[in-house]
Ligand binder design. Structure first.
Ligand SMILES: Cc1cc2nc3c(=O)[nH]c(=O)nc-3n(C[C@H](O)[C@H](O)[C@H](O)COP(=O)(O)OP(=O)(O)OC[C@H]3O[C@@H](n4cnc5c(N)ncnc54)[C@H](O)[C@@H]3O)c2cc1C
Length: 321
């Protein structure tokens, strides 16, 4: 067994055998062999060095709002990003990864800066949002990004990438595909405006989310991505049902899951939410195994009944969905 204290003389707080469930919104997951909260860039680099020294893999935790952790936990070093400084110069906002996204949206309202209004209410950290290009109502964080700073875990050096080097797409970015890169901060280019108007837009976003009950407890938000559908008949059924056009031929996964008759479907303590069919919720006693089984069942039924393949949006840690 590696001994935590032998490998570092810093003030890193290294905890051993810590259950990860409380660090996720799903409240699921076994223990991490080691857990380190990185409050500074230097602590992150030390935590990564520690993982190298004990020859264990590492993983990154932001707010845990998009994570499904295995029941066996993580047999390595889990690093929580807690760096949370934010500074502003004119319309440019430099923010570290551990800053809470919704708190950032409220901060920009106070500063009279527009550009993040549609992101209000999305849980998690700024780093997690950049990595998954989080978004809602047609806007994504990548739209506001000027640069992203990352630590390259191969060299432990910090590199700053321009937005056009980040390959942002629908719930996608370069960082999602390349786990060697840890997002440590981002520079956002926002537009000065009237704080009252910006605040009103944020309030509208929050009201829309509230009306759709998007703050549902013990979920990871949308479990599956909204797929691009090429079945014209299905698209027209969707448009007729919703009274509107679908965006870029993407149909909400929740609508498809509902259409396949899977609302309220359960496996053990995991269930398809009644309120929002793309939320798979932990009703209290769900294991990761229950969640995986439910997700696979949902995917299979949607494919068999509607001919559409769903891909998970949630990030699995130690599980295969
Ligand atoms: C109720 C609810 C509603 C939601 N609504 C939305 C929504 O409207 N739109 C939307 O896009 N998402 C939504 N989500 C999903 C989630 O909030 C986002 O995906 C969020 O951006 C995840 O950030 P996080 O810090 O919690 O990441 P985590 O869940 O902690 O991590 C997710 C993944 O990103 C990696 N990661 C985290 N931080 C970093 C980093 N700094 N560098 C590199 N990798 C990192 C982790 O290793 C993991 O693989 C919702 C979730 C919930 C629970």
């Amino acid at each position: 067994m590696p001994n935590a204290n032998r490998h570092t003389d810093s003030r890193l707080n290294i905890e051993e055998n810590v259950p990860l469930a409380p660090f996720t919104t799903l409240r699921i997951g076994g223990p991490a062999r080691f857990l380190i909260g990185a409050r500074t860039l230097r602590e992150l680099q030390e935590a990564l060095r520690f993982a190298q020294q004990v020859h264990l893999p590492f993983c990154i935790l932001g707010g845990g709002s998009n994570l499904l952790v295995s029941d066996e936990g993580f047999p390595g070093v889990a690093i929580r990003l807690l760096m949370n400084r934010v500074t502003r110069s004119g319309g440019m906002v430099q923010v570290q990864s551990g800053f809470d996204l919704t708190a950032l949206v409220h901060r920009t309202v106070a500063w009279g800066l527009s550009g993040l209004e549609s992101l209000a209410g999305i849980p998690g950290t700024v780093g997690g949002a950049v990595r998954g290009n989080a978004g809602a109502y047609g806007g994504s964080i990548g739209d506001a990004v000027a640069t992203v700073s990352v630590v390259d875990t191969a060299t432990l050096k910090t590199v700053t990438l321009r937005r056009d080097e980040c390959t942002f797409g629908y719930r996608a970015s370069r960082f999602k595909g390349d786990t060697r890169l840890i997002v440590v901060g981002t520079l956002l280019a926002l537009t000065p405006g009237d704080p009252e108007e910006i605040g009103a837009k944020v309030a509208q976003t929050l009201a829309k989310r509230e009306a759709k009950q998007l703050s549902c407890d013990q979920s990871a938000g949308s479990f599956f991505m909204n797929p691009i559908v090429d079945d014209a008949e299905l698209i027209s059924q969707f448009e007729e049902d919703q009274g509107g056009r679908c965006r870029e031929c993407r149909i909400p996964a929740g609508w498809l899951i509902d259409r396949a008759g899977l609302r309220d479907l359960r496996v053990g303590g995991a269930a398809v939410s009644h309120r929002h069919a793309n939320y798979l919720v932990n009703t209290g006693s769900a294991t990761a195994a229950d969640m995986v089984q439910l997700a696979r069942l949902v995917r299979k039924e949607v494919q068999v009944k509607l001919g559409v393949v769903l891909k998970e949006e949630v990030s699995p840690l130690g599980v295969v969905i």
